[in-house]
Design a binder for this molecule. Structure first.
Ligand code: AMP
Length: 282
């Protein structure tokens, strides 16, 4: 059973003792409702450090006013039960007032990489993410912190912030864990009915088919094909399906490409992304 840490003070005492023993610390930030994707981050964490701290904090500042903060699944008992066999030594589970005490006034905003895609549809979302991740990194001062590639734009925002602010931590991206139908595991999949699940499981297939189409080099045609396919598959709408430079998330350039999608289905907003190797015809 992991040690439960509720305050910055408890976290700091735990990390100080760990460092005194010469043991490396890995941090896995999460919002709870843990699934096998999160467990994969814990596995990768323990391959890189002796001690893994999982933070569970449903961060209010990364939700918009009309988003699902109140409804977001909270499954504390099950989360603890899952983390015990996974071997995580500590869970940091601060109350909101510990992270955002009265008078809290600072915001970290990573321009550029935050602005398009989910940043365009969810204004302020990545400021909330960058601020809370910066706080968690400064509170825990881990040697390494792990994030899922499922949230590709978030990963690029965090990498950029770490570089800009000289935060001394290794940021590790972990490939997306998918279920047997290829659906990217997500806490929000709990919102899907069985009928909706079948539609949701089409998204990854459409992305992989889009990657095939990209081999012709016609990016615009591949994107518009993907948008049509998503609607034909039964999704309510697509916030975006775009091919972008994998690191900057700007327009395709000379570096590796990524196909990124956010789609809506009932109460769920699903995101997914995969690498693409387009043969660009210029
Ligand atoms: P969340 O609790 O949704 O904020 O996710 C916490 C961390 O787990 C983030 O770094 C996510 O990118 C990562 N994560 C979520 N789902 C998956 C998945 N299916 N595969 C790999 N990592 C994931």
């Amino acid at each position: 059973m992991p040690v439960i840490l509720k305050t910055r003070g408890e976290l700091r005492a735990f990390t100080a003792a760990t460092r005194r023993e010469g043991r490396r610390i890995a941090l896995v930030p999460t919002m709870g409702a843990l699934h096998q994707g999160h467990m994969e981050l814990v596995r990768q964490a323990l391959a890189r450090a002796e001690v893994c701290i999982v933070s569970i904090f449903v961060n209010p500042t990364q939700f918009g006013p009309n988003e699902d903060f109140a409804a977001y699944p909270r499954t504390w008992e099950a989360d603890l039960a899952a983390l015990t066999p996974a071997g995580a030594q500590a869970v940091y589970h601060p109350p909101a007032g510990e992270m955002y005490p009265e008078g809290f006034a600072t915001k970290i905003s990573v321009a550029g990489v935050s602005s398009g895609l989910c940043g365009a549809v969810r204004p302020g979302h990545f400021d909330g993410v960058a601020t809370v991740v910066a706080k968690l990194l400064l509170q825990a001062l881990p040697d390494v912190a792990l994030f899922g590639e499922k949230d590709w734009q978030q990963l690029q925002v965090i990498r950029h912030m770490k570089a800009d602010l000289d935060i001394p931590v290794d940021i590790i991206g972990v490939p997306t864990l998918r279920d047997e139908n290829g659906l990217a595991l997500s806490s929000r999949n709990a919102y899907l009915s069985p009928e909706q699940y079948k539609i949701a499981a089409r998204l990854n297939k459409i992305l992989f088919a889009t990657a095939e189409k990209l081999k012709t080099g016609d990016i615009a045609a591949a994107e518009s094909w993907a948008r049509q396919e998503v609607l034909a598959a039964g999704f309510d709408s697509a916030d975006y399906i775009e091919v972008r430079d994998a690191a900057t998330l700007g327009p395709p350039g000379h570096g590796p490409l990524r196909i990124l999608a956010a789609v809506r289905l009932g109460r769920a907003r699903l995101i997914d992304n995969i690498a693409a190797d387009a043969i660009l015809v210029t």
